[in-house]
Design a protein around this ligand. Structure first.
Ligand code: DX5
Ligand code: ZN
Length: 238
């Protein structure tokens, strides 16, 4: 699926999208849990792919993306925390991924990898670990559809938000303005009703949340609560 990476506005207010991460979902009830999050307003599903090398954990691969594709119409946002992503990008795209992001730290030829994602008609994203400066992306910002700022060290759900991520979000928003670019800004890690306001005011448009949506209670009302807090923060920016 091809879509525009452009930002969405409703009556002048920035629309913030929610991408629940299935990492914290009950894998035996995945379709049901995704459906509940979607009823709560989620518009993407974030799929965390880990290989046990780039990050110290292992999760799912293309077969799960293929099953998710059948279970939901929501766009599938695949976050590849893997070494040598080029080897797997075609398979994820074929399985039904709509958005594919790769880590700056895992790509020796980042420009080539981003073009590879685009050649499979997916939106191309690049991810920054907490220790990686925004400046490392200066030569690719004009070709990425979105930048994902990690606000925890990748590998696990339910970690604590790293406050130093906020200035990176602000910097990305500033660079986008200065260079008249169109990439969207996503944040991932430790997002909850306590942290959502700060990241939205800094310029985030896409929120990844695992534990806050699926960790406890009802995914539908959890998603609604997060989006309500995000909208309130977006209104403060107007
Ligand atoms: C961490 C993953 C995240 C994680 C977020 O490596 O990339 O997507 O699931 O989980 P929470 O929202 O629980 O911090
Ligand atoms: Zn993720």
């Amino acid at each position: 699926m091809v879509e525009s990476g452009d930002k969405l506005f409703l009556c002048g207010v920035q629309v913030v999208e929610l991408a629940p991460s299935i990492l914290s979902a009950d894998f035996a009830r995945l379709a049901e849990q995704i459906h509940a999050a979607s009823e709560g307003g989620a518009s993407l599903i974030h799929v965390d792919v880990m290989d046990g090398h780039f990050v110290p954990n292992m999760t799912v691969g293309p077969p799960v993306v293929r099953s998710l594709r059948k279970a939901t119409d929501l766009r599938l946002d695949c976050h590849l925390m893997i070494e040598n992503p080029d080897q797997f990008i075609p398979e994820f795209a074929e399985a039904g991924a709509d958005w594919i992001s790769v880590h700056q730290e895992a790509c020796r030829h980042l420009n080539r990898t981003l073009h590879l994602i685009k050649s499979h008609d997916c939106l191309a994203g690049v991810v920054l670990n907490p220790a990686t400066p925004v400046e490392t992306l200066s030569e690719v910002l004009d070709i990425v559809d979105y930048v994902l700022v990690m606000s925890v060290n990748p590998g696990f759900g339910a970690q604590e938000f790293i406050p130093g991520s906020v200035h990176k979000i602000k910097r990305l928003a500033q660079l986008r303005e200065q260079r008249r670019l169109n990439y969207r800004i996503e944040v991932d890690g430790g997002i909850s009703t306590a942290t959502v306001g700060e990241v939205v005011r800094a310029g985030v448009e896409i929120l990844v949340a695992g534990n806050a949506v699926f960790g406890h209670g009802d995914p539908k009302s959890n998603a609604q609560r997060l989006l309500k807090a995000a909208t309130e923060a977006a209104l403060q920016k107007v």
